[in-house]
Every structure is written in structure tokens, then in C-alpha cells.
Design a protein around this ligand. Structure first.
Ligand SMILES: O=C(O)[C@H](O)COP(=O)(O)O
Length: 345
């Protein structure tokens, strides 16, 4: 399947340009994601207990839409297929979300937004550690933002993958870039993973806060005001994007470009940012605008979702390459791991 995936994705890509609320709180702790709700608490981060499965929510219909401007082969479905039929037909696929590792401006506590800052040494290590955790999970396609910290994270993570396929960034910025980055060996293509970069997955644009120190800004404008800029849903920082505005573009991109790939059975990794990923998680987990404002993502901790029967099911964070972890009880993931074991024995 992975082979077909790459052919479809890269082959065409070369020719296209183309929770603290009233009842519950969701937070990513340092190494975990917690849902703290009236009456129960579930740790689905590093926990190997698997108790998160009790926290399955009902998900609504997922409408696949294929955009003609995608750099990757749009996945099209028979037009008269209903969403229900689509959901039943779609095979299982893994979706990995990773917030980039620590950047040089995270380290300095500066508002970063769309400023293109690289990872620190710690960020590099976080990305490698994240890669170890997902080293047994199939990855057919990678999406990153247009920013180097997300791209570094994706690339460094993939150095740890047991399948040893080579992630290759697709260059579709102009005809020459497409022409000059062609691959002429089918075998080599099969051993590669297309990496699509999209500015829609960029961090929220922080406006006039970009480059300012977070603590100094809080001292100057007041803690409450700065908290409102950072964590309200629909109040933008001065001349910047609110989370709602960021969600509009990030979720639209997810629905138009990434979800169709998942529905067609491709396993996808997204390396992006605190706020673009919060937006996508809001969509996947059907969080309210109240719930999403309390969702915090740690740098470099991968989150795993399984798309099955048209529903996204959060599986938590894979524990590590040597332990089965929470993902092992997905049959197809366990089989994939078994295949890797056999292949690399
Ligand atoms: O852009 C930034 O400064 C951070 O990556 C995200 O910042 P936040 O936690 O203030 O939203």
C-alpha cells in the first residue's frame, strides 16, 4: 500500500502546483494530555494504561473534499457516494500530530508566530525522541508548515523510523522547481515519503507581539490582557490572528488536503505548531471554543489518532520503539510492527 501511496502522491505532485470550562479541562501536561472532567480523570499521554479508551467521543460526519490546487494527487470519490458510504469504505489510517521541538525563541520566551526560527539543541533532541516513539507506526505522507522548526522536527523524527524511507520535500513553488526536483527511479520513489509544506499549517500570526518577550509583555500590558491575547478563542493580538482565524485556515487545509488522504488509507504525519495543531485537534475531537482554549501542547510529543470507519479516535502518545504501548492494540498497527520486526531481523 505504501508504494502505491507514494506513486500517487509524489507522481502527481511533480506535475501539479499546485478545559477550564464549566465541566471539564483538557491540557497537554509536560509529557501527557489530560482530560480532567467532572467525575473522571484520564491521562492519555505517556500513560501505558490505555485507560483513555473510556474517553471516546461521538464524532460527526467527515466530509471528504479534494482540492484541485493540492500539490498531492487529490483523492476523488464517486460523486454520488454519500458521506456514510465513504465512511464505511474508508480503510484504517494513522494520523500522527507533532508540535515542533523547542525553538530558539521558545527558549528565549519570545512570541514567535510566523517568524521562521530554528530548533535549539534541546528541540533537536525532542524531535529525535518523538521519532523514536513513532518509529513503528507507518508514515506514507508528511505535512509540515512552511516554517523551518516544523520541517526540522519532521525530518529529524524520520531519521529514527525503522522503515528507513527517505522523507523528500516536494517543491512546487514554480515550474522549474518541479522540473528540477524530479526523481527518475521508481525504486527510489518507493523508498521515499513525500513531504508537503503548507503555510496554512503555520503558527498563528502573532502580529505586533512577534519578537516581544512574553514576560515583559505581560508586565507591560497586564497578565490578563496578555492571557486573553494568547488564549482567548476569538480575540486577536494587535494586528495578528486569533485562534479562530488560525483555525479557519488550518482546519480548511486539513479538510481539503489531509483528510482525503487519510480517508483513502494513507498514514499521515503532521509536524506543525501549538496553535495550528490546537485548531486541528479542536476539529478532530469536536472541542468547543471553551475547551480548546485550555488545551496546551508540549513541544515534541507526538499524538496518535486512528481514523476508522470515518471517525477519528485518539490513541494517546506512543510510548516508545521498544514497547508495544497504547497503539499496539490496533490490529493493523501491530501487524505493521510485526512486518518491520521480520524485515529487520
Ligand atoms: O508563537 C509562539 O510564540 C508560540 O509558539 C506559541 O505561543 P503561545 O503559547 O503564546 O500561543
Amino acid at each position: 500500500m505504501a508504494t502505491a501511496v507514494f506513486h500517487q502522491a509524489l507522481g502527481t505532485a511533480q506535475s501539479h502546483q499546485h478545559l477550564q470550562n464549566s465541566g471539564s479541562r483538557l491540557e497537554f501536561g509536560h509529557a501527557s494530555l489530560k482530560l480532567i472532567s467532572k467525575g473522571f480523570k484520564v491521562d492519555i499521554g505517556l500513560s501505558r494504561r490505555g485507560s483513555y479508551s473510556s474517553w471516546k467521543k461521538k464524532f460527526g460526519l467527515i466530509q471528504a473534499s479534494a482540492s484541485q490546487t493540492s500539490v498531492v494527487q487529490p483523492v476523488s470519490y464517486p460523486p454520488n457516494n454519500s458521506s456514510d458510504e465513504l465512511r464505511k469504505k474508508s480503510s484504517e489510517a494513522a494520523l500522527i500530530l507533532i508540535r515542533h521541538g523547542e525553538s530558539l525563541w521558545n527558549e528565549k520566551n519570545l512570541f514567535t508566530g510566523c517568524v521562521d526560527v530554528p530548533l535549539t539543541k534541546k528541540g533537536v533532541e525532542e524531535a529525535i525522541e518523538a521519532g523514536k516513539r513513532i518509529s513503528n507506526i507507518p508514515v506514507d505522507m508528511i505535512y509540515t508548515s512552511a516554517l523551518i522548526r516544523a520541517q526540522m522536527t519532521a525530518m529529524l523524527a524520520m531519521t529514527q523510523h525503522r522503515r528507513k524511507k527517505v522523507p523528500i520535500i516536494l517543491h512546487n513553488e514554480n515550474e522549474q522547481a518541479r522540473e528540477w526536483s524530479q526523481i527518475f527511479s521508481e525504486d527510489t520513489k518507493k523508498q521515499s515519503i513525500p513531504v508537503v509544506t503548507a503555510s496554512q499549517l503555520n503558527e498563528r500570526m502573532y502580529g505586533e507581539l512577534q519578537g516581544l518577550n512574553k514576560q515583559e509583555t505581560a508586565d507591560r500590558f497586564g497578565k490578563e490582557k496578555v492571557h486573553e491575547w494568547r488564549r482567548s478563542y476569538d480575540i486577536p493580538p494587535p494586528n495578528g490572528e486569533s485562534l479562530e482565524m488560525c483555525a479557519e485556515r488550518a482546519v480548511a487545509y486539513f479538510k481539503d488536503h489531509i483528510e482525503p488522504q487519510l480517508l483513502s488509507g494513507k498514514n499521515v504525519m503532521i509536524a506543525a505548531h501549538g496553535n495550528s495543531l490546537r485548531s486541528i485537534i479542536m476539529y478532530l475531537d469536536k472541542l468547543t471554543s471553551q475547551e480548546v482554549i485550555n488545551l496546551e501542547l508540549s513541544t515534541g510529543i507526538p499524538m496518535l489518532y486512528i481514523l476508522k470507519g470515518g471517525k477519528f479516535i485518539r490513541r494517546g502518545s506512543p510510548a516508545g520503539p521498544t514497547e508495544a504501548g497504547v497503539y499496539a492494540y490496533t490490529r493493523s498497527l501491530a501487524l505493521y510492527r510485526q512486518k518491520l520486526d521480520d524485515m529487520l531481523r
